[in-house]
Each structure stands twice: as C-alpha cells, then as structure tokens.
Design a protein around this ligand. Structure first.
Ligand SMILES: [Mn+2]
Length: 317
C-alpha cells in the first residue's frame, strides 16, 4: 500500500494535494509535509484548500504560502489528507482521476484507489509519517516540522485516547531530525489575537449545563465575530475549554450562519459522540465529532441535539 502509493506519485506528472474545509493543523500540516517533500524532490504539485482564510498560527510551516483555493488546469493524481470522504474537500473532481486517500477517521469510506487509512492513529500526520518511514523516504527538517505539528495538535498535545507510545516515538524521531518543540509551541499557542480575547467572554457567557451538568453547550453568533474581528477558527477551541469542567462529559459548540447551524462536539470519560454526529449526517471521531443542522436558529439546533442525546440514553447522562 505504502509502496504502491509512492509508485503512483512517481508516475504522476502533476499532483493535487487536497485538504478539508474548516482546515485544522492535521490536514494542513499533512499537505505541507508532502508539499515540502515534493518540492525537495522536484515533484510538481499544488496544495488546495477551499477556504479563503486559513489558520494563521500555521504560517511558519514551509510552503504555507503555496496553499491555494484555485484548482490547477491539469493534474493527474489527487492526494487527500485527513478527509473522511471527498465531500469534506468541498468541490467535485473528475472521477477519472486517481486518488490516494490518507486518513485516520473511522468513518472514512475508502474513496481512493489507494487507501492508507488507519483509524487507530491519533492523527493523519501519524499515518503519513508511516508512509515516509515504510518507503524509507528522507524526512527534511521542514517536513519533520509539519509532521510534528499534525501529531501534536490533533492529539491535543498528546492527550487524546488514541495517542500511544507510537505517537511519542514518532515525535521523538522528528525532534531528533531538528524539530524544536518550544519553537513550535511559541508559534502555535502563543500568538493569539487581542480580538480573540474580546470574543471569548461573549461565548463563555452563553454557557449552559444540561442533564445535571453532564452536557455543556455554548454558541457563537456571526455578529460577535464581526464585532470583535476574531475568526471562527480562533474560538473553536472553547469547546475543549468547556469540557475541562469536572462534571461535564459532553461539550457542544453551536454556530449559526446563513440558514444552518454548525454543531461541534467533544467528549471525555469514554463517551462516544460520533453516533450523534452521524444521526445528523455528520461525522468524526469518538470524542470529537460534528454535524450541520438545517435550522433557522441556534435554539432549534440545540433542542434537536439535546433531545437526540436524551433519546440515545448515553451512559453517564
Ligand atoms: Mn485529523
């Protein structure tokens, strides 16, 4: 599988690397790890993301400036990273073009001609690391940095259930290749905007507890984003913050925008939120999943999700 993927890469004339909408560090750092490797080895490629605004805290990664929302005129191979299905990319592709699918979502539907999908891994960056390692490919410092960022961020700093000794071995190897954990922490975590701190209290003010405090909800309104000048990506992590409350087992973040409500869920104590997401045509992982409800307001979406949680009768609630 790993060598087949490499063969296909070496045979291709122009490769389109695609990442998911609302990009996170995992999808972008996988794409940039490949992009740096391709650049070093003179393999022609482009990196696609549909969004106009990308998380700026990743701007220190090599080839970050290369990410484009334009599809090249010609490409004969697609490599998808961290996308559970092709819909996550947000555009349609010519179905004749071969796809290599690199991912770690349990819900991945194996849409590629080659599927390197390992749902036991804490990040797609770990899956991609295996691709480099199994093919004996040289990992430059730039590429190592990208892989480290994906591994670090998607495991929420080595704290998620799928993070294991393998995650630390990979991180250790990448650090030995020249990655600096403190440099990356400074770049990733310590460059917040002031706008974010104007927005956070508005969102935290919406905090409500349900089912004896087992479920916490928060929401953001688009007008608050406009008012504060902060981006949605800057406040996404508040759902993780709310989950830190001792009694809370599920934290849910709602964002209403243009006729639909985006629902982002996090859980702890082994509670599985992915069935909730899939019930509403979403997806994700056991402890981090999301969906979109076609509702006219946040309250409506909140009612739908909470009543489904009640119906599911999840243990612990
Ligand atoms: Mn991921």
């Amino acid at each position: 599988m790993y060598s087949k993927a490499l063969d296909l890469i070496n045979k291709s004339r122009y490769i389109l690397i695609v990442t998911h909408i609302n990009p996170d560090a995992d999808t972008l750092s996988c794409a940039l790890a490949l992009s740096n490797y391709f650049k070093e080895n003179k393999i022609k490629h482009a990196v696609f993301n549909k969004m106009k605004a990308l998380p700026s805290n990743l701007d220190f990664l090599g080839n970050y400036q290369k990410i484009t929302d334009q599809i090249p005129k010609f490409y004969d191979l697609i490599i998808s990273v961290d996308c559970a299905n092709l819909k996550r990319v947000g555009i349609e592709f010519d179905s004749n073009i071969k796809i290599i699918n690199i991912d770690h979502h349990q819900s991945n539907n194996n849409f590629g001609i080659i599927n390197i999908v390992d749902e036991t891994k804490a990040s797609s960056a770990e899956v991609l690391y295996e691709f480099f390692k199994q093919n004996n490919l040289q990992i430059s410092q730039q590429t190592a940095q990208c892989l480290y960022v994906g591994i670090y961020d998607d495991s929420l700093a080595f704290t998620t259930p799928r993070c294991d000794s393998g995650s630390f071995e990979k991180a250790n190897h990448l650090v030995s290749l020249g990655v600096s954990p403190s440099f990356i922490a400074n770049k990733l975590l310590r460059r917040d905007s002031l706008a974010k701190y104007r927005l956070m209290p508005l969102i935290l003010n919406t905090l409500e507890l349900h089912f004896e405090g087992k479920v916490a909800t928060i929401y953001v309104k688009d007008e608050w984003l406009k008012q504060s000048g902060a981006l949605y990506t800057e406040c996404e992590e508040l759902v993780n913050m709310v989950l830190r409350i001792g009694i809370v087992n599920i934290a849910i973040f709602f964002r209403y925008s243009n006729g639909s409500t985006r629902v982002s869920m996090r859980s702890k104590n082994n509670i599985d939120v992915s069935p909730i997401a899939s019930h509403f045509n979403g997806g994700g992982h056991k402890m981090a999943a999301g969906c979109t409800c076609n509702t006219q307001c946040i309250d409506e979406a909140k009612k739908m999700i909470l009543s489904y949680i009640e119906e599911l009768n999840i243990y612990g609630i």
